[in-house]
Design a protein around this ligand. Sequence first.
Ligand code: SF4
Length: 252
Amino acid sequence: MTGAPVELPAPVRRRPRRPERLLGQNSELREDGVWGWTLPALAARLPDGTTVKTCPAAGVCASACYARNGSYLIPSVAARHVENLRYVVEDLPGWTRQMSAELAHQRYRGGWIRIHDSGDFFSPAYLAAWLRIMAFRPWVSFYCYTKELTLFREMVEPAPPRNFRWVYSYGGREDHLLDPARDRVADVFPDEASITGAGWHSQDRSDLLAVLGPAPVGIPANNIPRFRNRMAGRTFRQWQAERDGRRAAPGS
Ligand code: SF4
């Protein structure tokens, strides 16, 4: 049989539906008047099969991560966090524009944004996008907990935005680079009594105390039995130091 080849229609590439609003509030953030942006904790697989590590410097914290439990696992919630990540990975300029536009709204003027209820600054390009957003929106304040110490040393510490506060949180693979005498640090403790006993300062009353209150900052562990069992009465810092020590031991 002869004739012109049959032209097949081009495969339809569906544009992903982008969320209308990027920032949200859970009950705790709402009490503090804070808005948040969230990624999946630790790692997530995108619809195209790519796996993205969203907390590259996570250490022991991943074994007792509040965000890999409870309401974070509700399918609609987990799917939303994956969509957030997908947006950032597939269209960082578009996401940056949308986030900046959203932050221009009057409701955020003079307010605080918590970057990452879960997840972390997983790439230099993503951190750079946030730094640009902060520069575009000087009347909004931003804060975060992070374990991405190397990135912050290189990209944030030399010229920190005036409207950005952060606290380095223990329990990560870069703990050994932290210097509590110089760095603002936070650690997860088994309970309030152990925070006070160590002379640290609890942020339990308000999450903003993590960056605005006295330091070093103590975070009481969530009451999740299997995580408490894993912590075994240690803080994240102690737990991570034990793990690092075992790995450094000869023959390990
Ligand atoms: S860095 Fe935070 S969100 Fe990521 S695994 Fe550790 S505790 Fe969970």
